[in-house]
Design a protein around this ligand. Structure first.
Ligand code: ATP
Length: 465
């Protein structure tokens, strides 16, 4: 495997995206004024919009447009027995090795990957490979299991009885609510439960900006099926999920499906396929699709003592459903969409003040763009300002809009291109006479001149809402 982080031109794409994120207020280092905290990030005004748009698009595709999947918002803190039943207390570990010299920590599977070997450290006699510390060349310790769950205490007394965990995945909240949701929502098999929420993992080596962090958001859907239909649904969801990323603009040739080898499978999985994205640093997992069999429901049934079986309407026999899971990361997706949308083009905005040779156009899908329409009166003079404000006031009822009268029009176009605004609307002196404005399309640069009265229909047509 090529370690793309070694290639300077690719490195610079990540650097450019990270710099844009900070400069324009998509993503900031968390606790920056205190020197920052490793691998934690805050979403600024534009980042918060982008992230919300992404989550809404997921919820729309996974819940709203289907009849067979319902939503859930379960709590982060849950009964500690859940993590025994799920296998996380025993098995949610990563293989840790320490450098004896510089004391840095690494994941054994990642070190194998760097050497172009299969990441299957359990099948490999790691010690015999004589792998050295990638940072300082020092010798490494043997492989130890390191549990990734964050532990804390509930209540005033910090003893073992009060130990509780921050959830490392949202899925368990779905499994333990399976029966509640099935009966309350009156769902027939097969059906799914979807939720978006925070998850926490004490990762050994967080990094690559928001790709791997210790606090992150997941969008997970668990689809409950008859065991004999599991294989078919497993294939179905792989296609659905891959198509979803493409429908929101990710370039198809940057995406691929990768099937897990048997030694790589997580403790719960019968089969697993990753949707991988060609990130600037490597091809990496964006989302996992898993056939979890009846592992989860059988374990929760056993540990809780509550039956979770359902009745087969035809045969009148009871069975424990199998689960097909789609598990994606919100933050990883945000990174993929930003990297994929980042374009540098020849100067085109008309900004003649800036001494620049290239301009950035963030070609985000319009459903994801933080700002949908920027209203840009050509001058700050009172009559133009008044008309501009009227138009802005009407449009912001339905769309996230920006209003900007500062700087030259070229500079303002450039600012909006850089943050991915699909439409810029200019109000000029002729507008005062003919009540018409100009709308510029970010991607085609086509300009439409239309009456202000036509704007609601025009944008309803553009945004399909
Ligand atoms: P990886 O192998 O990269 O650690 P994983 O196989 O442990 O990922 P899953 O447990 O399948 O990941 O989690 C589902 C999704 O949650 C991942 O595809 C990813 O998008 C997201 N995710 C998991 N861990 C992190 C993290 N530390 N930071 C950001 N997103 C994460």
């Amino acid at each position: 495997m090529v370690d793309k982080a070694q290639l300077p031109e690719i490195n610079s794409l990540m650097d450019k995206v990270i710099s844009l994120c900070k400069r324009r207020g998509f993503i900031f280092q968390s606790s920056e004024i205190y020197g920052g905290i490793n691998s934690c990030y805050d979403y600024g005004p534009l980042g918060a919009e982008l992230k919300n748009n992404l989550k809404q698009a997921w919820h729309k595709a996974m819940v709203q447009k289907r009849g067979d999947v319902v939503g859930l918002d379960s709590s982060i803190l849950m009964h500690p027995r859940i993590w025994e039943a799920s296998g996380h207390l025993q098995g949610f570990t990563d293989p840790l090795v320490d450098c004896k010299k510089c004391k840095k920590r690494f994941r054994a599977d990642h070190l194998l990957e760097l050497k172009g070997l299969k990441p299957d450290f359990r099948q490999t006699d790691f010690g015999k490979l004589n792998i050295k510390c990638p940072e300082c060349g020092g010798s490494l310790t043997g492989v130890r299991d390191f549990n990734l769950m964050f532990k804390t205490y509930m209540g005033a007394v910090e003893d073992q009885a009060a130990e509780i965990y921050l959830r490392p995945e949202t899925a368990q909240g779905i499994y333990v609510n399976f029966e509640n949701v099935r009966t309350a929502a009156n769902k027939k098999m097969p059906f799914g439960i979807a939720q978006i929420g925070k998850a926490f993992r004490n990762e050994i080596t967080p990094g690559n900006f928001i790709f791997r962090t210790r606090e992150f958001e997941q969008m997970e859907m668990q689809y409950f099926v008859q065991p004999k239909e599991a294989e078919q649904w497993f294939g179905y969801w792989q296609k659905q999920r891959l198509d979803w990323y493409v429908s929101l603009g990710l370039k198809k040739n940057n995406l691929k499906l990768r099937k897990h080898q048997s030694g790589e499978l997580a403790h719960y999985a019968k089969a697993a396929v990753d949707i991988e994205y060609d990130f600037p640093f490597a091809d990496k997992e964006l989302e996992g699709i898993h056939n979890r069999g009846d592992f989860d429901l059988s374990r929760h049934q056993k540990y809780s003592g509550k039956t979770l079986e359902v009745l087969d309407d035809v045969t009148k026999t009871k069975y424990l459903p199998y689960i097909i899971e789609t598990s994606g990361g919100v933050d990883r997706s945000v990174l993929a969409f930003l990297v994929d949308a980042y374009n540098e083009v020849e100067v085109r905005s008309g900004d003649t003040d800036g001494k620049h040779e290239k301009e950035v156009v963030l070609k985000l899908h319009q459903d994801l763009s933080p700002i949908k329409i920027a209203v840009l009166p050509l001058s700050k003079k009172a009559p133009l300002e008044k008309l501009g404000q009227e138009i802005y006031g009407a449009l912001k009822e339905n769309y996230m809009c920006a209003y900007d009268t500062t700087a030259s029009i070229g500079k303002r176009y450039r600012r909006q291109d850089e943050i991915g605004t699909p439409y810029c609307l200019t109000v000029d002196f002729d507008s005062l006479e003919d009540n018409k404005v100009t709308v510029r399309d970010r991607d085609s640069m086509k300009q439409d001149r239309l009456a202000t009265a036509e704007l609601p229909d025009y944008f309803r047509d553009k945004f399909k809402c």
